[in-house]
Unconditional design. Sequence first.
Length: 263
Amino acid sequence: MRAQLNRHIEQAAEWIAASRHLVAFTGAGISTDSGLPDFRGPDGVWTRRDAGLPPPKWGKPASQIRPNVAHHSLVELERLGKLRFLISQNVDNLHLESGFPLEKLAELHGNGKQMRCLACDGRYTLEQVGWDRRVWGEGYRTQRPLKGQPRCPQCTGRIISSVVNFGDPLPGKEIEESFVHSERSDVFFAIGSSLVVSPANEMPRVALESGARLILLNRGETPFDGLAQLRIEAGIGEVLPPVVERVKQLLGAGAHTPGSGAH
């Protein structure tokens, strides 16, 4: 098994090093090493819900959740000039906390630590707009606005949580950008996602139809298992760092372990 995993790591690194437009796509699986549960894994949120069980416990208190080596590995790939765009289904803010540039990131389901304006689509942290959840609640679109709650500092429009709940419209700009980059990609690297949520699960299909190589790194089945040119079923934290190290060797960029030093 180890020999096979090493072959997979080498193959992924070779394709990434040779790529011109690498796109990464992340699901909840990339954040499990940080202490967050996934959704459709064996002990995931939806898996347990469907079985009539209570939600899984977090591995750490919310105040101790930090980006892990996998998040830092993607930052490293971007700084090497290889990762052109990152699409994420996660709302945990860990990609931004790891230092990944906002302009190359599409968060399809919003961000639990950001608010947005319904009028001008401005994005703000809770601190920037003075949103205190103890006073104003979560601020979801479906909740009735409270008198005196903070307004958009740019246009005074109503601000709401940027998290996309069931029934909410998806963020149009992020969806459009994600499809554009998926179509441009020559390597599409899906990490920690079951790839069953629409319309995000159309993005790897668009990439394949445009001639991209599809790499899947996920524990658990996906609808694309038979279509991927490389399928890796292993821990994300044990795969991404050595892939990045090998990419750097192939590029002649020297050795540095993601997450081990200043970024």
